[in-house]
Write a protein that binds this ligand. Structure first.
Ligand code: SF4
Length: 262
């Protein structure tokens, strides 16, 4: 299926059509529509565990890729290996360009992200955003674990979107409407593996130096880049998906975000 087929009107129709279907039904449609031109991107968070399980039920094997920034905690690699063994798959790993990392570290230091938002965004750009561009080469669609209730910046997410940051390919967010509680109920009921750090108070896990356990009652992503004085907890991977939602940030703060286990 060509990307040109996805006009805003057609996309609206698709979102209406899939509004009441299950995430598996959406994935089945995507596998049929895009064939080997669609892949699942997983960072091995709780949503990734659900999606890997769903994708394993598809008739044909779907490509799965991940971005290894070089700063991930060992627990993330452990759960990645467990997933490969459980599903009998080989996960494609995209790493940052070593010359880019070298130049960044030489200019700003190995832990530049603590120096300011600009430096942190540079690090995310080198270690995450650029590898993602390479991972998406040749794809017509990709699948993410984004959910609306993860953050104020994600409240406008649709199940099917055009990814303006990446050649206008299709971006599918099958769990867009799920709550954190639904995700964990699925993991528990299907006895899925998950990152061991979740049992130590981490609710959202990224790179080791940029993630810490979440304070009780804190926002889901408050353990990410905790030293930054902002609710904007994004690394740039989903830039336009989550852009222009500053009003949502205000409303989110007033509501208290996605707190507690629910
Ligand atoms: S999360 Fe931290 S270490 Fe990882 S890419 Fe972003 S700034 Fe760099």
């Amino acid at each position: 299926m060509s990307n040109e087929a996805f006009t805003p009107a057609y996309l609206g129709e698709l979102n209406l059509r899939f509004a009441r279907t299950t995430p598996l039904e959406l994935l089945q449609w995507a596998a049929k529509a895009f064939g080997d031109k669609v892949a699942l991107c997983s960072a091995f968070g709780p949503e990734g565990m659900v999606l890997l399980h769903l994708v394993s039920q598809l008739e044909h094997r779907m490509r799965v890729f991940t971005l290894d920034t070089g700063r991930l905690p060992p627990e993330t690699h452990e759960v990645m290996q467990r997933c490969e063994e459980r599903y009998g798959i080989s996960i494609e790993v995209y790493a940052p360009d070593s010359a880019d990392v070298h130049e960044m570290v030489r200019g700003h230091g190995i832990n530049l992200f603590y120096k300011g938002v600009e430096q942190r965004e540079l690090c995310c750009k080198v270690r995450k955003v650029a590898p993602l561009i390479r991972a998406l080469e040749g794809l017509s669609a990709w699948i993410t674990g984004l959910r609306r209730s993860q953050a104020a910046s994600r409240q406008e997410i649709e199940r099917l979107q055009i990814d303006a940051d990446h050649r206008n390919i299709m971006k599918l967010n099958p769990l867009a409407g799920w709550s954190e509680q639904q995700v964990w109920e699925y993991i528990i009921s299907h006895q899925l593996p998950y990152n061991a750090l979740h049992d130590r108070g981490y609710r959202s896990i990224g790179c080791a130096p940029c993630t810490r356990p979440t304070n009780p009652g804190g926002d889901l992503r408050s353990g990410r880049w905790w030293w930054e004085n902002t609710n904007w907890k994004e690394c740039g991977l989903h830039a336009r998906t989550v852009r222009n939602v500053s009003d949502s940030l205000v409303a989110w703060s007033a509501k208290g975000g996605e707190n507690g286990a629910g």
